[in-house]
Write a protein that binds this ligand. Structure first.
Ligand code: DX5
Ligand code: ZN
Length: 218
């Protein structure tokens, strides 16, 4: 399977949201990553349901919603109604992670669990067979434009081993500081899905940046 690219709309120009979503539609990216931040779980706020609904009106890619909110189970049905196909919750934000995963799946969505840089991969071992995606945070969540934490590569390898051991079919996604200089190494470590925010949206030609990234990984 070739590497999936998921541009993060957090890095887009929100005053031009429709144009930015349509740009991603025209690109070779397979997914569109949508970051939801509540100002509690992470020290920043992004946007919420009405903006997600607006994105869904134009988006033609797989909508990949990353919930950086406390007790996300309270809102997963609302995001499912607004086009989310993958819904990822943080292991650190859920009191009842297993229940939240079941809820996401009961809504017909694919379930992901994210691990902050400080969280051990062992935290997800018991739910791995239920998961469609494991999100390895390669920065502390809350802001775009940060540098990838070096320990990420080894962590991806450890998640990959655990996936094999448990017979899980989960994809491994990496989010934060992804760019052309580290993408190949992330994929070699076991990443299936690369989220890229500022690297794509800050470039002069985002469509070409995405195409070049895919060509480098082919
Ligand atoms: C960080 C978000 C990321 C962010 C990535 O909390 O979860 O998805 O948009 O942005 P870059 O690629 O700029 O690090
Ligand atoms: Zn994200």
């Amino acid at each position: 399977m070739s590497t999936i690219i998921a541009p993060s709309i957090l890095a887009a120009d929100f005053a031009e949201l429709k144009k930015e979503v349509e740009m991603v539609n025209r690109s070779e990216a397979e997914w569109l990553h949508v970051d939801i931040m509540d100002g509690m779980f992470v020290p920043n706020m992004s946007f919420g349901l009405p903006v997600c609904e607006a994105i869904d009106r134009y988006n033609k890619k797989v909508m990949d919603v990353h919930l950086m909110i406390e007790e996300p189970g309270r809102y997963v049905d609302e995001f499912a109604k607004r086009g989310a196909e993958y819904i990822t919750v943080h292991v650190e934000a859920c009191k009842h992670l297993h229940r939240d995963i079941q809820l996401i799946k009961s809504l017909g969505c694919k379930a992901g669990v994210a691990l902050n840089p400080h969280s051990s991969v062992s935290l997800i071992e018991d739910v791995l067979p239920e998961l469609d995606l494991v999100l390895v945070m390669s920065v502390n969540p809350g802001f775009g434009g940060q540098s990838l934490i070096a320990g990420t590569f080894d962590k991806i390898r450890r998640v990959k081993e655990l996936i094999k051991k448990t017979g899980s079919k989960a994809l491994i996604q990496v989010d934060g500081g992804v760019k052309n200089t580290n993408a190949a190494e992330l994929v070699a470590a076991g990443a299936d899905v690369l989220v890229a925010g500022s690297f794509v949206f800050s470039s002069d030609d985002p469509i070409k940046t995405i195409a070049d990234l895919k060509a480098d990984l082919a």
